[in-house]
Design a protein around this ligand. Structure first.
Ligand code: C2E
Ligand code: CA
Ligand code: CA
Length: 436
């Protein structure tokens, strides 16, 4: 729905940052200041509106936003314009976070509109953040800083609004520290690649390994990939991490082949990188450098990553298949996805998530599920890997069900490439023989 053009506000624009600081000082300087809130509203892409539609339209957008905010304020509340596209509201008598959230919701909602123009409309989008007095700060500087952090949080999480959350802020500060360290670790080659063997259940022989990245932080010790992979995704480091993983895995796989003949390696591809424009050239480049033969590299992609944009995933996976990459669906069974992709996407392997496998020797429902997944995949000509195999009984069940490959602590944990070579030399899985 679009709103009519508001009158040009001109001089009617609210007072600026100095007036806000004065008002804050007056409020907080009262003998017993009532609880309240400082909210910030930012108009998204305001510069682009000015450029695309002209400054007059930009002014009309500001006037419309001012009108909208005035419309929701109570008599004691006040509005300030503290930047070209940023407003502050002082809300008095906000006594608990629930009331603050309602106010934030209204603030964000009323500043999102389609502003009618002669030949169409200008979409106006905004985000809001808020900090509470006294919970989040007892002076102007702290309230401003925390309202700003909340606004940032809304931008980062692409949400219309955020209330300041001290806990989240502390976590974020820790993350920011980790981010710099991860960047350095990738750059200086301080990460390590470990490999977890996968065995062929028909022959009982080693089929290959999954490459799992390890980060030993100099102060914090072992940082699990479940922490640093999402961090890399959020901080724009995922390209660098993926390129590092691919190169490490393909280099070491090439070395292992000299000793073992044919082995394959599986590398995890996170959602962000699957949908990055340059993922295919990135894989191609690494394969060329390490002279990787077609059929040697498997890329593991989660169902949820594919479902984010099935059409784009189809294109990327097809291009990867064309250069000889095997595609495996990771964590199968955990995503909210459609089975149609088994029909539509070039998928060669399916990895049953370990949550269905870990306890399957004792759980009939898990057994039924695993059996059904194996049958389903085989009907589509897709091979099946079971991960999370922790005991002999599970291994025997999987073999009886016709599962193709198994991976898990019962066979071996992930280990460095050298250890894996030694392990293979001493392991029953290295020789062709019946399974124990
Ligand atoms: P994933 O791809 O599902 O990897 C399997 C995880 O299950 C690994 O945890 C592995 O150590 C663990 N696992 C294997 N067998 C067993 C078992 O029998 N029992 C139990 N309880 N666990 C088992 P890890 O190494 O901590 O990796 C966690 C996740 O981090 C991986 O899950 C993968 O999604 C991600 N990851 C690891 N390395 C990379 C990487 O280089 N790039 C990307 N994008 N993701 C990675
Ligand atoms: Ca995986
Ligand atoms: Ca998995």
């Amino acid at each position: 729905m679009s709103v009519p053009q508001p009158r040009l506000a001109g001089d009617a624009f609210p007072p600026g940052r100095d007036a806000l600081l004065t008002a804050l000082a007056e409020w907080l300087g009262e003998p017993a200041p009532t609880p309240g809130a400082l909210g910030l509203v930012n108009i998204e892409g305001f510069r682009a509106i000015n450029i695309e539609f002209g400054h007059e339209t930009g002014d009309r957008v500001l006037a419309a936003v001012v009108d909208a905010i005035h419309g929701m304020l109570r008599p004691n509340d006040r509005l300030f314009r503290i930047g070209a596209d940023e407003f502050a509201v002082l809300l008095r008598d906000v006594r608990n976070p629930r009331v603050a959230e309602l106010a934030l919701e209204r603030l964000a909602a009323c500043t999102r509109m389609n502003l009618a123009e002669d030949d169409g409309y200008v979409p106006v989008r905004s985000r809001a953040g808020m900090a509470l007095f006294p919970e989040h700060g007892c002076n102007a500087a702290a309230l401003l800083r925390h309202a700003d952090a909340a606004l940032h949080c809304a931008v980062e999480q692409t949400r219309p609004w955020c209330l300041y959350d001290p806990q989240r802020q502390a976590e974020q500060a820790a993350w920011l520290g980790l981010k710099g360290d991860l960047e350095t670790a990738i750059r200086d080659g301080a990460l390590a690649m470990h490999y977890q063997p996968q065995i062929d259940l028909r022959t009982g022989r080693l089929a290959g390994g999954e490459a799992l990245t390890r980060w030993h932080h100099p102060d914090r010790g072992f940082v699990p990939p479940d922490i640093f992979v999402p961090l890399a995704e959020q901080c724009g480091l995922i390209d660098a991490l993926t390129y590092w993983s691919l190169n490490a895995a393909l280099r070491q796989c090439g070395m292992c082949r000299q000793h073992l003949g044919c082995v394959t390696v599986a590398v995890n591809l996170s959602a962000r990188i699957l949908h990055a424009e340059d993922v295919v050239p990135l894989v191609k480049r690494a394969m060329t450098i390490w002279n990787t033969q077609p059929g040697t590299l498997t890329l593991e992609v989660t169902e949820s990553a594919m479902m984010e944009d099935p059409a784009a995933a189809l294109k990327t996976l097809q291009e990867l298949t064309d250069i000889g990459v095997t595609i495996a669906i990771d964590d199968f069974g955990t995503g909210h996805s459609s089975l149609a992709y088994l029909r539509d996407l070039p998928v060669h392997k399916l990895k049953i998530d370990k949550s269905f496998v870990l306890d399957m020797a004792n759980n009939r429902h898990d057994q039924l599920l695993v059996r059904s997944i194996i049958d389903l995949a085989h009907n589509f000509g897709i091979r099946v890997v079971a991960e999370g195999v922790e005991n002999d009984a599970t291994l025997a069940l999987l073999r009886e069900m016709g599962c193709d490959y198994a991976q898990g602590y019962h066979i071996a944990r992930a280990m460095p490439a050298d250890d894996m070579l030694a392990w293979i030399g001493a392991s029953p899985w290295a020789a062709a023989r019946d399974l124990p």
